[in-house]
Design a protein around this ligand. Structure first.
Ligand code: BGC
Length: 350
């Protein structure tokens, strides 16, 4: 009987501890130890991540870093991280999000397939009371304001880098060259633009701001010879550049690629056409992928811009943890881009 009473008392303590646990997670998995008196210590937190597609160089680094950074967290909780491939299909990704919600996940980290789907995802998460961290593909401002003044405000956020800055840096990489990229000295920069995905703000802003900043810094004119959609993809970058080199030949002074994957493709096409970066053509990208940094070091790319997947993934994870602990999130968390030139590349190489 004594034993039974002791057991009852222990159960009562455990029940009160679980009950007091400030609702940070709706899972009743907290172990029956005194440690549970800490806010979320000792809990199992289920984190659902959906990446717009796995087959993307930059987002592969990003998602791997999300996973490894969660493993380094040492706050007494267990983070069970499930990362899914959106396969570049919004319907597929929406199903994944629905399943995460139905299975009682505690927080979601979402790299949208289509930024325009943000409102739907926010509504679903708000209904379920699950915090949501958007990464890499910035939702419309109106969507980020949807829950202002309501309970769900501060439970969703966007973590990213300001693509305007990366575009400006690309423009400066060319404008800061001694000849301002104007190989034929006619005061006009003849260029081609390889666009990521025109629906994506990163692509829009890089396309726009690389050129506006070039105009501002150089004082030159520009002439766009070609602009094609390359879907952030290396093979498409190669094909677009190869075709443009056939069509416009020596007239092309600069290839602007919205990301490094496409710039790597462009670099292959440039070499195949017998052109030499730094001598008779210039090439810039964004991301600072290892391969691109190596090309910058070897003089085969003019420069790139570091898209800090480490800073962004850590910020996203930190925000997810905060949200799970019931802390209010900022609406945006920004991580800076950094210019990478042949002079500075050594500082960035691993
Ligand atoms: C990166 C690209 C990537 C894209 C995915 C951009 O920020 O620069 O490399 O393909 O995000 O959304």
């Amino acid at each position: 009987m004594k034993k039974f009473l002791a057991l009852l008392a222990t159960c009562a303590i455990i029940l009160s501890l679980v009950g007091c646990n400030s609702g940070t997670t709706d899972q009743a998995e907290a172990p029956a130890t005194d440690e549970t008196t800490e806010e979320t210590t000792g809990e199992t937190i289920k984190v659902g991540v959906s990446i717009y597609k796995f087959d993307d160089n930059f987002m592969t680094l990003y998602r791997e870093e999300i996973d490894s950074y969660f493993k380094t967290l040492d706050d007494g909780n267990t983070y069970e991280v499930t990362i899914q491939d959106g396969k570049n299909d919004q319907a597929e990704q929406t199903n994944q999000i629905d399943a995460f919600i139905q299975q009682g996940y505690d927080v979601l980290i979402i790299n949208l397939v289509q930024s325009t789907s943000a409102a739907t995802v926010i509504d679903k998460c708000a209904d379920a009371g699950i915090p949501c961290i958007f990464i890499n593909r910035e939702p419309e401002e109106a969507d980020m304001n949807l829950y202002d003044g309501q309970d769900y405000e501060g439970k969703y956020t966007y973590v990213g880098a300001d693509a305007r800055q990366s575009g400006k840096f690309q423009g400066e990489l060319i404008a800061d060259l001694e000849n301002k990229g104007d190989l034929n000295g006619d005061g006009v920069l003849q260029y081609i633009m390889i666009v990521g995905d025109p629906e994506n703000v990163d692509a829009k802003y890089r396309t726009e701001f690389s050129i506006s900043q070039y105009l501002e810094v150089s004082g030159n004119e520009v002439e766009k010879l070609d602009e094609q959609r390359g879907d952030w993809d290396q093979a498409k970058g190669q094909e677009i550049t190869a075709n443009a080199l056939v069509k416009f030949g020596d007239a092309i002074e600069v290839v602007f690629a919205n990301n490094d994957a496409m710039a790597l493709g462009a670099s292959q096409a440039i070499a195949a056409a017998g052109r030499t970066v730094g001598e008779d053509i210039y090439l810039v990208g964004v991301d600072a992928l290892e391969e691109a940094k190596q090309l910058v070091k070897d003089g085969e790319m003019t420069g790139t811009v570091l898209n800090d997947h480490i800073g962004q993934s850590h910020t996203a994870v930190d925000a997810a943890v905060k949200a799970v602990k019931g802390e209010k999130l900022e609406k945006y968390y920004w991580v800076d881009y950094v210019k990478v030139t042949s002079d500075t590349v050594d500082d960035f190489l691993n």
